[in-house]
Unconditional design. Structure first.
Length: 438
């Protein structure tokens, strides 16, 4: 049964991936048609065509490799400075530019002269190229909002879920056996020495009422030494006197949730129980803002994570929980989600958030101002607008369209880097995947 649920989870994620890609390309398609740019193809996937049907002037279809998609618009690049489209050159870099320019006009038909992409005003081109990633952003926030308000999120409570047997530094935890992490040289955890038990609910800490997990976590981290805590156990108040020790623990945010990095702080030695709690609209928007902030931070720190990813792939180092993960890795996580021994609604909520996170990543990644990404075309259109506006202000001749085709050599280099990184992530996802337990 577990195997079947794993396969089902992978299939569900794959469907979510396909819908996300189709939704992205629909943004490009709808806005291109709105501005009367001729679109010859709308395809989900790459490689050989599995199915297609032509409606009007556009061919719609699916391809064999469901790892992306595209729409084909005519006239993506302007003609060269000499007005020619198919000029040739012996320079390999120049050939890249000319080949890209030629491909942009290969399906040109009589009457299309006024329907070319590059002839549209820069603000229209920005809308067309931004519309795809924006659709992913809408889908991400829509899915997340539905889960946060309709089902809720897991929040740590002041109830004890489990008590640690020993004191283990956060930096050493990944190197220990998760089923038997303690060694004979490890000191006993203060919570266990004091008699704390699973199911206990914290009522007071050093004479102050405990309101929530964030407060309790902070009190423990700053309360090194003898402490007095009152817990509720089987309906009765029980007073305990732990001696809080210091330990290397994970950094936390203002809500007491772990973030990247470690810090030396007070350590009691227990795990809090979590509870699914629906959020208000305001709380949901705030939570989604945190997701977006984490996504931006992860994207900015991506180059720093490559060495760890390399070591996890080829040197047998542990794969970190925040390690970059590709489609294969995300699909495996989707399979794990459906195989968890949790209520069905919790598994569905986790899967929806996984798809939402994938869409948020698509938005952020595609908005990088680099060709061949959508953000590169947006940057080109904005630069053209700035050049033309500056020329008008200083009463200079109109410089004309910005020739994005000249950046194609850079685009090939960027694409090559992305391909290498994708292959590295793919291998890592196969040989040393990220797991939910990590």
């Amino acid at each position: 049964m577990t195997g079947l649920m794993t396969v089902l989870g992978i299939v569900v994620f794959a469907v979510g991936l396909m819908v996300s890609i189709a939704w992205h390309e629909l943004g490009h398609l709808s806005t291109a048609k709105l501005f009367k740019i001729r679109v010859t193809q709308y395809m989900v996937g790459f490689g050989p065509t599995v199915w297609s049907r032509k409606k009007g002037e556009t061919e719609y279809g699916f391809k064999a490799v469901p790892l992306g998609g595209y729409i084909r618009m005519i006239g993506m690049f302007p003609p060269g400075e000499d007005g020619r489209i198919t000029a040739r050159s012996t320079s390999p870099w120049r050939s890249m530019i000319e080949d890209a320019r030629s491909a942009a006009f290969e399906e040109l038909q009589p009457g299309d002269e006024t329907r070319l992409f590059y002839t549209r005003k820069p603000w229209k081109r920005v809308i067309v190229m931004f519309a795809g990633p924006f659709m992913n952003l809408i889908l991400a926030f829509g899915l997340a909002l539905a889960v946060f308000m309709g089902i809720g999120v897991a929040k740590d409570t002041t109830v004890v879920s489990s008590v640690s047997d020993c004191v283990v530094a956060q930096t050493d935890a990944a190197k220990r056996d998760p089923d038997n992490p303690c060694r004979s040289t490890d000191p006993t955890a203060p919570a266990k020495l004091a008699g704390l038990k699973p199911g206990d609910r914290f009522l007071e800490f050093n004479g102050r009422p405990v309101k929530n997990w964030a407060q309790l976590s902070q009190d423990i981290r700053t309360g090194v030494g003898k402490a007095t805590v009152v817990v509720e156990r089987d309906g009765k108040r029980v007073t305990l006197h732990p001696v809080i020790t210091t330990n290397v623990v994970a950094k936390t945010d203002s809500d007491g949730q772990p973030v990247d990095g470690t810090v030396t702080a007070g350590f009691l030695g227990f795990s809090p129980a979590s509870k699914i709690t629906p959020l208000s609209f305001t709380g949901s928007v705030s939570y989604m803002g945190d997701m977006a902030h984490q996504g931006v931070d992860s994207l900015l720190r991506l180059p720093q994570r490559i060495p760890d990813l390399w070591r996890a792939t080829f040197e047998g180092a542990p794969r970190k929980a925040d390690s970059p993960m590709g489609v294969v890795g995300a699909a495996r996580v989707g399979g794990e989600v459906f195989s968890l021994h949790e209520p069905a609604i919790d598994r569905i909520a986790t899967m929806v958030i996984l798809v939402a996170g994938f869409n948020l990543s698509l938005f952020l990644f595609n908005m990088l101002p680099l060709l061949p990404l959508d953000g590169g075309h947006v940057a080109g259109a904005l630069w053209e607008s700035l050049r033309r506006h500056t020329a008008r202000v200083f009463r200079r001749p109109d410089p004309g369209p910005f020739d994005v085709a000249k950046l194609m050599p850079v685009a090939y280099v960027v694409a090559g880097i992305f391909v290498c990184f994708t292959l590295l992530v793919l291998i890592a996802d196969v040989v040393n995947p990220v797991k939910l337990s990590s």
